[in-house]
Write a protein that binds this ligand. Structure first.
Ligand code: SER
Length: 316
């Protein structure tokens, strides 16, 4: 079957690179980018772009029918720090967009859905080291509440209506093409830009705050690998734990210093510290590795090399 893919939230941090990768695999003409705002030049010029409001069923359905879409990747979301400032707006965006897409899948307008979950589904009562796939989930952020509820909805639509929806609990995602916005793990992107631009960075988390992280290339590969896996391999219809590396701000600063010896970091924790303190430090992703063969490629030192090289080349 010829797949036509709609990426909703295609101009965000993950959406931008995911759309480009999907276009190289499925053909530019078969991957429709959509968002409430335009994206970067590469994204806008390489294929079709449509304005879509993810919270309007009519808006989403229009585009699905217009392009005979078969799969949706729903990447639109309000991240943890912003959602703490706008709880109801965060809940509405994160939840309504998912329910719209799940309903359209139930009614057979589309046959497969990807929806991202997060390490934010865990809370202060979850084990922090080697956090298992199945454990206590009592998130203390609006974003986490929306993600754990979303996972339950995905599981429900699969069990009740046979909807083929697949999901990953992303760690903090680090990339250089499009910056993230409003997340608690954003420091791990900003630090590389500031290292190149100013050789110093003030971090909004304390030096020993360890969080699970992943380089964008790995996150994109995992997402597509999960979506392409044979259905018999998907044993988990909540979201899969997914891991690559865990580090603290101090450790990432040291890895930058190996390339930029006079780089300096200072610490000034703000409200995001309280969010990070409830999240896992190290995730156990054995099930993703066993069920559909997940393997990461990037560790901290390889990622630091790539980030610094790409940001410098892009700044020229
Ligand atoms: N990166 C996200 C955030 O910080 C977590 O999924 O909100």
């Amino acid at each position: 079957m010829n797949e036509v893919i709609l990426v909703i939230g295609a101009c965000g941090q993950i959406g931008t690179e995911l759309t480009q990768k999907l276009r190289t695999i499925y053909g530019n003409e078969n991957v429709i980018a959509s968002d409430i705002k335009e994206g970067n030049a590469e994204l806008m010029s390489s294929g079709t772009f449509e304005f879509v409001d993810a919270t309007s069923k009519e808006s989403v359905l229009n585009i699905i029918e217009k392009h005979k879409v078969t799969q949706v990747y729903l990447m639109a979301a309000m991240l943890s720090a912003t959602a703490e400032k706008h709880p109801i707006k965060g809940w509405d965006l994160n939840m309504n967009s998912l329910l719209i897409v799940l309903e359209l899948a139930k009614d057979k307008y589309i046959n497969k859905v990807f929806w991202p979950s997060s390490i934010a589904t865990f809370g202060a009562t979850s084990p922090k080291i080697d956090t298992p796939q199945k454990t206590i989930m009592e998130p203390l952020t609006v974003y986490g509440i929306s993600k754990v509820s979303g996972e339950l909805w995905c599981n429900y639509y699969h069990e009740k209506y046979g909807v083929d929806v697949r999901s990953i609990r992303y760690p903090g995602i680090i990339s250089w093409k499009t910056k993230p916005g409003g997340g608690t793990t954003d420091y791990a992107v900003d630090i590389y830009f500031k290292a190149i631009e100013e050789k110093k960075y003030e971090c909004f988390l304390s030096e020993d705050t360890m969080l699970p992280m992943m380089y964008m290339n790995d996150a994109i590969n995992a997402t597509i690998q999960l979506m392409q896996a044979d259905e018999s391999k998907i044993k988990q219809r909540m979201a899969y734990n997914l891991a690559a590396m865990s580090f603290t701000p101090k450790e990432v600063a040291l890895s930058i210093k190996e390339h930029i010896p006079d780089f300096e970091i200072t610490y000034n924790p703000d409200f995001r510290q309280a969010i990070a303190d409830t999240w896992p430090k190290i995730i156990d992703d054995t099930e993703a590795r066993n069920d559909w063969g997940w393997e990461h490629k990037f560790d901290l030192s390889l990622m630091t090399k790539e980030m610094l090289k790409n940001i410098s080349e892009n700044n020229k």
